[in-house]
Design a protein around this ligand. Structure first.
Ligand SMILES: C[S@@+](CC[C@H](N)C(=O)[O-])C[C@H]1O[C@@H](n2cnc3c(N)ncnc32)[C@H](O)[C@@H]1O
Length: 274
């Protein structure tokens, strides 16, 4: 996509003007435009060595046996959701028409079984999520929190730049669950502070949006500072760069590391309990 087309895309979305200004600033003032900053091989090996199973992660976090499998309980929702997004011409994370089984694990989706089970176990009421795409992880969270009074999920999502599928963000989320859901269509830097005004504190956070090093470092800190005691923070794609490891080291946190299969082999995610 040409720079002019991208500029027009941003200009049509006033919620993203601050993001556009940051892009200009980066292009004009910063020589190093490698915003993702690839992970070092030492850190990658260290993460891989720490990978444990979902069952072990769940037990470490809650002291319970993992038995609430979202994909088994809500298999009819999964089938309907797959049908809904099948054949979309502009695809987002969580779409894989080659995969016959678990659509959400193989193309950038999240570990929705673990996310659901954690929300159930801790009785999550105030949940923050960054990165919605079709809404796999949002749905897993909403199916859990719907059973609790005064519960809410606030999601922050800036649509994929250049694509015209804003209307598909959250498309698989069942209509009757949307009353527990607020979608803030902003980049994290504006969206997370707005979300915190609604949530005040956070029982569970699933981070799956801005994958740049600086973006993560900034958001991880704000999220961590606002996580309730015993709250749980889950970050996706932690092997993209050094941000998750650096953040945990800086704050002396001992994360639990998990892995899900993906089209590129594996995807690592990390969890920390406050
Ligand atoms: C990997 S997808 C999320 C997948 C989703 N959690 C799921 O389970 O299907 C990432 C989403 O974050 C959005 N995103 C990317 N950068 C962002 C940013 N800086 N701020 C907010 N959202 C962003 C993308 O447009 C996309 O919708």
């Amino acid at each position: 996509m040409s720079r002019l087309k991208l500029l027009i895309w941003y200009l049509k979305r006033p919620n993203l003007y601050f993001e556009l200004l940051r892009i200009f600033k980066k292009i004009i003032f910063e020589k190093d435009v490698n915003i993702y900053k690839k992970i070092s091989s030492t850190n990658l090996n260290s993460l891989r060595e720490k990978v444990i199973s979902d069952e072990e992660i769940f037990f470490e976090l809650t002291g319970e046996k993992l038995s609430n499998f979202f994909t088994k309980i809500y298999f009819d929702f999964i089938d309907e959701a797959k049908d809904k997004i099948e054949g979309f011409s502009e695809k987002m994370a969580g779409y894989d028409n080659n995969n016959k089984g678990e659509i959400f694990f193989t193309s950038g989706g999240s570990n929705i079984n673990l996310i659901f089970a954690i929300c159930e176990s801790i009785g999550a009421r105030n949940v923050l999520e960054t990165g919605v795409a079709y809404g796999w992880s949002s749905s897993a969270i909403l199916f859990s929190i719907k059973n609790r009074k005064n519960s809410k999920l606030v999601s922050v999502d800036m649509p994929y730049p250049g694509k015209n599928n804003d209307q598909d963000v959250g498309i698989i989320i069942p209509t009757d669950l949307k009353k527990y859901w607020t979608l803030l269509r902003y980049a994290d830097k504006e969206g997370i502070p707005k979300a915190l005004k609604i949530l005040k504190n956070i029982d569970f956070c699933h981070y799956d949006s801005d994958k740049s090093y600086d973006g993560r470092m900034l958001s991880y800190k704000i999220i961590w500072d606002n996580l309730s005691k015993n709250g749980i923070f889950y970050s996706d794609d932690i092997a993209d760069n050094n941000a998750f490891i650096d953040f945990c080291r800086k704050n002396r946190l001992k994360p639990l590391i998990g892995s899900v299969p993906s089209v590129n082999g594996e995807k690592l995610f990390g969890l920390v309990k406050k």
